[in-house]
Design a protein. Structure first.
Length: 429
């Protein structure tokens, strides 16, 4: 069977990007199990390093948009922005299909994409695999497997990043239709599967069509970091000997502000001065507002010298920052599972995270769990990790044990089993 894949290869997409790379690498190693299938990758950037690193000789790479449609888009942009339209055209082409509709869009009114459907059919595609949720799945009209990473617009619509300026309606159009029309839906966890059934069971999705394919730590991260690399990373970013680490974009749900308030409480109450290193984007109106708010809190609490904003950090540096940190501090409001927890375990970094549904199940006893709404609870969790070497080592050991419960080989085998079932279902319909 000819199976098409549309991976999310934009590094800025964080966990979605890493999940896509994990799927590609699993298929890249599936020589025997996939010998009767032909995989065609559709991508905007065919020169992406993750595509160049694939080793199988039978991969086929195609542009996501058919050449005629690409030329049409270029001409459209040229009329608007002048004779040098390439950068603007690429921005137009790369828009997620589900982002183009306004807040009044009826989520039950589908927009069939004739050009993409014909492009996939021209390439002989019989089944599509989408490691990231996209309206392209059902708009293209080809049987598909699609991953659903979270349904936070339903669970926590109070956060503007999943609800403001038409975002809720856009997500609802995407997930309602993406789930009910899917051949198979991928969930990251049992909690994720329960959420899918809870919110969209009434739209026809059944339990047997939802398969659990857990997250893995990013494969691009090395398995170990030397002492000299840890020293080098501290010099590069001018970090102190001991620090906390949090790699996260400055969305409200990432909860940076309460981390700062917890550090301020520890300094005032316990005379503990604890530095923290943040990396991640603060571009865009919502993230910029959060970034300014976090800075204002740090300034008001006289903590500015203890907060390190690292901005964009290369993969190798991310690994060294984990390995050199006293702990990952991640009191996020979103789940049901999160890749930084897995990355920290892989790099022997103790974890503090949230005692919320989904994340609790992911972390088990391999993390200090705190109420993300409580500054006091976050402060107490940080204090325990900062002062107790025995606790940190115990969490490192438990984290490694958790990673051993689901390995890259397990991921590959489960993915191939899911695709085998999807092929049967696709040919049956």
């Amino acid at each position: 069977m000819r199976i098409g894949i549309v991976p999310g290869l934009n590094f800025a997409d964080g966990g979605i990007y890493q999940y896509s790379v994990t799927v590609l690498q699993a298929l890249d190693k599936a020589h025997c199990a996939a010998s009767l299938d032909q995989f065609i990758i559709f991508a905007n950037d065919l020169q992406n390093a993750n595509l160049r690193g694939l080793t199988r000789q039978d991969w086929i790479l195609k542009p996501l948009l058919p050449p005629v449609l690409t030329r049409r888009s270029l001409k459209l942009v040229e009329r608007v922005v002048g004779p040098r339209p390439r950068a603007a055209a690429l921005r137009l082409i790369r828009r997620r299909p589900d982002k183009r509709r306004g807040p009044q869009q009826d989520p039950d009114h589908l927009h069939f994409n004739h050009e993409i459907h014909q492009w996939f059919r021209t390439n002989g595609i019989e089944l599509m695999l989408y490691p990231t949720s996209t309206a392209l799945s059902f708009e293209a009209g080809i049987p598909y497997v699609m991953a659903v990473h979270d349904l936070q617009h339903r669970l926590q619509p109070e956060f503007p990043e999943v609800s403001a300026d038409g975002e809720w309606e856009s997500r609802e159009y995407l997930f309602r239709n993406g789930i009910r029309h899917a051949t198979i839906v991928l969930a990251e966890s049992q909690t994720g599967k329960e959420d899918i059934l809870n919110f969209y069971g009434g739209y026809g999705v059944t339990e047997d069509r939802i398969k659990i394919l857990p997250l893995l730590p990013a494969s691009i991260l090395p398995a170990a970091i030397s002492g000299s690399e840890k020293q080098g990373i501290r010099r590069k970013y001018e970090l102190p000997e001991r620090y906390l680490f949090y790699p996260a974009q400055f969305w409200p749900h990432k909860n940076h502000a309460r981390i700062i308030e917890a550090l301020g409480l520890l300094r005032a109450r316990d005379a503990l001065r604890i530095p923290v290193a943040f990396c991640g984007s603060h571009e865009g109106a919502i993230r910029e507002e959060v970034f300014k708010h976090v800075n204002a809190i740090a300034s008001r609490m006289d903590l500015s010298d203890d907060i390190y904003y690292l901005g964009y950090v290369p993969d190798r540096d991310i690994a060294s920052l984990y390995a050199g940190a006293v702990a990952l501090v991640m009191p996020t409001f979103f789940g049901p599972s999160n890749i930084p927890i897995l990355e920290a375990w892989k790099l022997n970094c103790p974890v503090l995270t949230s005692n919320i549904r989904g994340v609790c199940e992911q972390a088990g006893e391999a993390a200090v769990l705190v109420d993300p709404r409580s500054v006091e609870a976050i402060a107490e969790g940080i204090k325990r990790l900062w002062l107790d070497e025995g606790l940190r080592q115990a969490l490192i050991d438990r984290g490694r044990q958790r990673l051993d419960e689901f390995t890259p080989e397990d991921f590959r085998l489960r993915l191939m089993q899911i695709l085998a079932e999807a092929k049967v279902r696709a040919t049956r319909n």
